[in-house]
Design a protein around this ligand. Structure first.
Ligand SMILES: [Zn+2]
Length: 231
């Protein structure tokens, strides 16, 4: 099966080609996995649909950027794996929805450069400064291709699971109407520094640092010992 749709990316017009679809049973439920590529540059992007088509409007949507270390290895340096799982759970709970999995590892700088940035972070830099030190911007992601995938499914309005204003603005610049649905990560002392950087330097809408939520939730007489290192 192959269909072409014209994308409307401002900087890189592309045609989106639907390559195929298959059922994917997961521990979150049974999804239909759609695969796409672009012409002429051959970018790849995936869409996981839950609850069948057509989707009720506006559907619950998550745009997830590939993070090998977080999604596959369970890394706690970031909250990607937890966000991916939480988004799939939320979509299943809603009964219908769509997760777009975009191959923009490391906020668009690629896996190997992300791992170089990790090395710099081990030396004390935060995720933003590490990217800048390597000659990259803080975030290289674009959302024109995601908007093309949404248009393929005839979606022009979304309820977007996201804390990232740049993602919302990126979709709106492509003509998609966005209502934000917050996706709060579970508390994790290991990713606190990363989340704090996301909030303070990338403008993510994380109202309360997760470590504070842990502290507030803890019984006053016996706070969790796992937080001792972070005081
Ligand atoms: Zn990650």
């Amino acid at each position: 099966m192959s269909e072409a749709r014209q994308g409307s990316g401002n900087n890189s017009p592309h045609s989106l080609v639907h390559l195929g679809q298959s059922m994917l049973a997961t521990r979150f439920g049974e999804f239909r996995l759609h695969t796409f590529t672009t012409v002429p540059d051959g970018e790849k992007i995936l869409a996981l649909v839950f609850g069948g088509l057509p989707l009720a409007q506006p559907p619950l949507v998550r745009i997830h950027s590939q993070c090998l270390t977080g999604d596959a290895f369970g890394s706690l340096r970031c909250d990607c794996g937890q966000q991916l799982e939480r988004a799939l759970e939320n979509i299943r709970t809603a009964g219908q929805g769509l997760l777009i999995y975009q191959m923009q590892e490391g906020r668009g700088i690629g896996l190997m450069n992300k791992l170089r940035a990790y090395e710099l972070q081990d030396g004390g830099l935060d995720t933003v400064d590490a990217n800048l030190r390597l000659g990259f911007r803080a975030d290289h992601r674009t959302y024109a291709l995601c908007a093309s995938v949404l248009r393929y499914f005839e979606i022009s309005r979304v309820r977007l699971l996201s804390n990232n204003p740049a993602k919302i603005q990126g979709l709106e610049a492509e003509g998609i109407l966005v209502e934000r649905v917050s996706l709060l990560p579970p508390p994790s002392p290991a990713s606190d520094r990363y989340l704090r950087t996301k909030r303070e330097r990338l403008g993510h809408l994380l109202d309360t640092p997760p470590f504070l939520r842990v502290r507030e939730a803890a019984a006053p007489e016996r706070p969790p010992s796992t937080l001792d290192d972070y005081r």
